[in-house]
Design a protein around this ligand. Sequence first.
Ligand code: UD1
Ligand code: UDP
Length: 377
Amino acid sequence: MSKIKVMTILGTRPEVIKLAPVAHELAKHKKQIKSLIVLTGQHRKMVDQFLQLFKIKPDYDLDIMLKNQTLIDVSCRCLARLSKVLEKEKPNLILVEGDTTTAFIASLAAFYLKIPMGHVEAGLRTFDKYRPFPEEINRQMMTLIADMHFAPTKKARQNLLNEKIEPNKIFLTGNPVIDALQYVARKKKIINCEIKRIDFKHKKVILVTAHRRESFGQPFAQICQAIQQIAALPQVEIIYPVHLNPNVQTPVNKMLKGLKNVHLLKPLDYQSFVHVLRNCYLVLSDSGGVQEEAPAFNKPILVMREVTERQEGLEAGVAKLVGMDTANIVSQVNLLLSSDSAYLQMSKSASPYGDGSAAKRIVQAILKQYLPENQVL
Ligand code: UD1
Ligand code: UDP
């Protein structure tokens, strides 16, 4: 029997976090699967620590990142370099995750070469072309290309069914981000020294992250103004690991540097970030992954966006859309700081995004698809 050659393609921080558990699971089936890992290098520094933590050793590193790269830069460099690897290796299946340019361009390259594609975290939708940009359209285009759709939630599965995807191509798996959190929980804790110095016991610690392209410019300035105003409250300590994108670095450093209780940090390693999530009071973020993680720690998350594809958190009452308007962000934070009942309502236990077995389900679905029934273990 020849092995199934599965090529996992990743490029950015969240793709490493969410595909690492899948790569671990693929590696458990060495008899049936030859697993190859390709790093496009869309992110450079921001993925290194994650590769180490999850012990992922890429077979290829395409090293495409440029400083302040445009979507066209990433797309052209990724398509040109990746297609050579695909032509050489001719995998039976590629696996991609989410909605980044790496994931979409890898899907496109595979389509051109008639290589089947499996989409992890399929079926998320805002139905708003430019929000998030370009992720919403990346996802929709990937759905057209995918041969196996790994839906994290029932809602995502329903979105795919509504788009006439055949039910037998959709696999309800949960999101492997929860598998990743469980992996971190099993590891010996090593926490960044700047985080160790934060007084989580006596202060109300607010964790902030923001990096969406559609927020660059004025909305980002409004977010920073909100943080300035929140930082005026003496009981608050703000931890803000700043994304390396220059469109984020510049306004954040200009507007927030030097404020006593605002800790502007380099992007945090995963263990330290999870430690902050576990111990903070609330989260203010526009991140996709953080919307999935915060409820796993019973932490209220105020989402600085107009729309979200992660509706499950809103429905469970653990996430709230607050937009990018300064006054609204400040008043929603104030509400959670001042009202115990408002805080309790949002900090209830809910984990609508998975149970820690997503990677196992994804790999089982692949084995069933590619092997005769009696050889699936
Ligand atoms: C990308 C994804 C976004 C995802 C985010 C996760 C696209 C279009 N966007 O956005 O969906 O939510 O990653 O963080 O795929 N940089 C560095 N070092 C790094 C990483 C980035 O210096 O390790 C800087 C570079 O100047 C780079 C810039 O950040 O040009 C932007 O990186 P890019 O991957 O294009 O966009 P993100 O905003 O990170
Ligand atoms: N994260 C991290 N360190 C940080 C910021 C984020 O480890 O300083 C992790 C976070 O736990 C989540 C992921 O990175 O799993 C989210 O990445 P990001 O917000 O960049 O991308 P998105 O999920 O919005 O695509």
